[in-house]
Design a protein around this ligand. Structure first.
Ligand SMILES: Cc1ncc(COP(=O)(O)O)c(C=O)c1O
Length: 355
């Protein structure tokens, strides 16, 4: 705390991201990074960067990248906004469309939403999920100006269908519906085809998970041009060049390699099944996930104990102290080898803690 801090900064409760340990020998299943390395085309694009690309400022509008993202979704570049990770896109969106306004979300969801709500002075109405963690869509129609949902949701991995999202968007035409599709690409239906029809829908996506590019920091939004223009006004009031030249070139190569996405998503889905089946066999409850992580709870062993015992065995997963989910662990889907290591470790822990 410094005497130079303004009051707002003193009152902030910043988001705490998952640990990024220096040790590479850890089985790191705590921040939902992709199990595979990114497409080789991405690394080629980075190697092809020349001195002049770095000497000059990058294209502030990221026109080529936005056009490629748009084409992949049958949308125009004017329907696309890109930013430095989807967290930045969401932050701009919150500032531009939700500041000072009541916003509904779920009581079990991405931990950054309350941080932005506080930062931008929105009242955050956290609607309780059902006991199985599914969203209570009936309760999401009230007086708030906007609804923010992650789909698939984090940390549960549960997904709503496009039909359910459309019903929500269609019955709330005067409220903005934000669908955070950070975990798009692992089996859930996207709401992107609804964009041309609804001016109250905005979708955010990330290349961090689906394209194995968490280190590159690229995210984007899809919405009708009037909303995108609002985001550009916010962006150009913070930083005109959020995406550097390397990120623009690498992200374009990633979007272009749709075969990689199909292959990598199939690998994750298969590994997710192996992990889920193995854990169910060991007495875990596993929520049906359409993301690259699973949310699990053991019938006998506490979440805290399991977390600690895994950590001792060099396996890092994610756990929160919030009452509703304190017994649960969120485990990122790793490679098949990591899935085997995890199951082996859990078996050992259960044997060592057998009553
Ligand atoms: C639900 C959700 N939204 C957004 C993000 C932000 O992703 P990024 O900033 O890496 O694009 C995350 C990251 O964990 C997430 O879980």
């Amino acid at each position: 705390m410094s005497r130079f801090w303004v009051e707002t900064v003193a009152g902030l409760k910043p988001y705490v991201p998952g640990e990024q340990p220096a040790s590479v020998s850890l089985v790191k299943l705590n921040t939902n990074e992709h199990a595979l390395p990114p497409s080789a085309a991405v690394l080629d694009a980075i190697r092809a960067i020349e001195g002049d690309d770095l000497r000059r400022y990058p294209d502030p509008a990221a026109a080529k990248l936005r056009s490629m993202i748009g084409s992949a979704e049958s949308l125009s570049p004017e329907h696309v906004f890109v930013g430095n990770g989807s967290d930045e896109v969401l932050a701009h969106l919150w500032f531009g469309f939700l500041s000072g306004r009541p916003v509904q979300t779920l009581d079990t969801t991405y931990g950054f939403y309350p941080v932005w709500a506080r930062l931008y002075g929105s009242e955050l109405i956290e609607v309780p999920v059902h006991s199985d963690f599914s969203a209570d869509l009936e309760s999401l129609t009230g007086s708030a100006n906007a609804i923010v949902l992650a789909n698939p949701n984090a940390p549960t991995g549960l997904a709503l269908s496009r039909k359910e999202i459309e019903a929500l968007v269609a019955t709330n035409r005067d409220r903005l519906v934000v669908i955070d599709e950070a975990y798009y690409g692992f089996g859930a239906e996207s709401a992107a085809p609804l964009v041309p029809e609804y001016d109250n829908l905005i979708i955010t996506r990330s290349l961090s998970k689906s394209h194995a590019l968490a280190g590159l920091r690229v995210g984007y939004a899809l919405a009708q041009p009037e909303l995108i223009e609002g985001l550009n006004r916010v962006k150009d009031s913070f930083n005109s060049y959020p995406l550097d030249a390397v990120a623009q070139a690498a992200a374009a190569a990633a979007i272009d390699d749709s075969d990689w996405l199909l292959h990598a998503s199939a690998v994750v889905a298969e590994s997710r099944q192996v992990m889920a089946d193995g854990l169910i066999e060991l007495g875990f409850e596993v929520l049906p996930s359409l993301a690259n992580f699973i949310f699990v709870r053991h019938q006998q062993l506490s979440g805290a104990r399991l977390f600690d015992e895994l950590r001792v065995r060099d396996m890092l997963v994610r756990r929160w102290d919030h009452a509703r989910i304190s017994e649960w662990l969120r485990i990122s889907v790793g490679t098949r080898a990591q899935a085997d290591q995890l199951l082996h470790g859990v078996r050992e822990i259960l044997q060592a803690n057998a009553p």
